[in-house]
Design a protein around this ligand. Structure first.
Ligand SMILES: Cc1ncc(COP(=O)(O)O)c(C=O)c1O
Length: 416
């Protein structure tokens, strides 16, 4: 992959922050957008902006064709049939849709939902509500010292009572890639369904829902070069056919009387109101862009830059604790770290003054960060297709500078 050439597609990467070149290492929060995506969005509004699925006029038909064309591309990107690709605002909405429809009708008192300790709040809080409403129990797979899932208890916690297993494919804090395919197989063996929170994986790993054999998979456009406010929820057809629409109104109906309504075809019956067609069309362009790079190459680049980062950070390992597995086959391009001498927010501020954007906080995974990892927050660098080894070097140098400024010189040297 030609990173130099890729960088030229991203206008924001040429801007300066505090007079320094921007080094954007907050890709797990949201990615930057290539000019192709920005242009696709401008083109909708400049050339054919019109409501979809409603008009008989040329603009509406053009917009509808582009929107449905984007759906097809997005579905193909994750190996899904088009009719199973529900377009939602993002991962959080996708998971809430499943919680509010499938789960509210299928989870009963005494049932169990199996989650992990490393879930983002978006894949935890909706299940807390389902459990409270239905008298079901949440159970959790734990995280090992190394930051991988402890699967030793899987066979004992996965029982006939388990209705759903819901977990992320890649942790947004640890970068850990979870064996969701193997877990889906075991979930199905006890009659449970499998939901994959793919917010961090679809942008970074080749994804095939048929191969994973999951029942639900949710992801967000804005983390995969696309615009904000759109994303996808895949639902296996046999399951989707049984689900009641969650939000109602707009074009999700077939026949409406004053007293009742019947539903439109799959998947449109799950898209009430005017859909976010402009951003979804531009997400289709983001998919084209990623596909032109090749998802295997995206993954290779991230393995390579993460290997480089872990190497560059070695000399800081007495002052910082780095979370996550050293095994690069089990992790993506996310590196979280913490120093007892330096609060992550202070570190984040110093890095910012160097033009380096990282995330500092609990990353919407409070039970993992505060509970399991036992720290108030971490700083997190997360990489994508446009990040370079020089940027990693700049990060390591700025971390050293921050230690010196706020706390102490890197180990072995006296405080400045
Ligand atoms: C693992 C994971 N799940 C869910 C989400 C929520 O995604 P969104 O805010 O796009 O709905 C995120 C976002 O950071 C995430 O990292």
């Amino acid at each position: 992959m030609d990173v130099k050439k890729i960088r030229q597609d991203f206008p924001i990467l040429s801007r300066k922050v505090y007079g320094k070149p921007l080094i954007y290492l907050d890709n797990a929060a949201t990615s930057q957008k290539p000019k192709q995506v920005i242009q696709a969005l401008a083109e909708v509004y400049e050339k054919y902006n019109s409501n979809v699925h409603r008009g008989v006029h040329a603009l509406s038909m053009e917009a509808t064709e582009k929107y449905e064309g984007a759906r097809e591309k997005i579905a193909r990107f994750i190996g899904a049939p088009t009719e199973c690709m529900v377009l939602v605002r993002g991962t959080t909405e996708g998971i809430n849709l499943v919680a509010n429809t499938w789960a509210m009708s299928n989870v009963k008192e005494g049932d169990e939902i199996l989650l992990t300790e490393m879930e983002h709040h978006s894949n935890l809080v909706p299940w807390q509500r389902v459990a409270q409403a239905k008298g079901a129990k949440l159970r959790f797979l734990q995280v090992t010292e190394e930051g991988t899932l402890d699967l030793s208890r899987l066979d004992s916690v996965l029982t006939k009572r388990t209705k759903l297993v819901a977990m992320n494919h890649m942790s947004n804090v640890l970068g850990t890639i979870n064996p969701v395919k193997e877990i889906a197989r075991k979930a199905h063996a006890v009659g449970a369904l499998m939901l994959v929170d793919a917010a961090q994986s679809v942008p970074h790993l080749p994804t095939d829902v048929k191969d994973l054999d999951c029942d639900f998979l949710a992801f967000s456009s804005h983390k995969m070069l696309g615009p904000t406010g759109t994303g996808g929820l895949y639902v296996k057809k046999a399951v989707l056919e049984t689900m009641e629409p969650w939000l109602r109104g707009g074009d999700m109906v077939r026949e409406v009387t004053l007293e009742s309504a019947t539903w439109n075809d799959l998947p449109v019956r799950f898209e009430a109101g005017t859909p976010n067609f402009a951003d979804t069309i531009a997400l289709g362009t983001a998919v084209d862009y990623l596909q032109s790079l090749g998802m295997n190459n995206v993954r290779e680049h991230e393995i390579s830059i993460t290997r480089y980062a872990l190497g560059a950070m070695k000399e800081l390992s007495e002052d910082f604790h780095f979370f996550g597995s050293p095994d690069l086959s089990k992790r993506g391009g996310i590196v979280s770290f913490h120093s007892p001498d330096l609060h992550p927010h202070d570190l984040g501020t110093i890095l910012d003054r160097e033009g380096i954007a990282v995330r500092a906080g609990h990353h919407c995974a409070m039970p993992l960060v505060r509970g399991r990892l036992g720290v108030p927050a971490t700083a997190r660098a997360s990489f994508y297709i446009y990040n370079t080894e020089e940027e990693v070097d700049a990060l390591a140098a700025a971390m050293k500078k921050a230690l010196k400024y706020f706390a102490k010189a890197p180990s072995g040297k006296p405080r400045a």
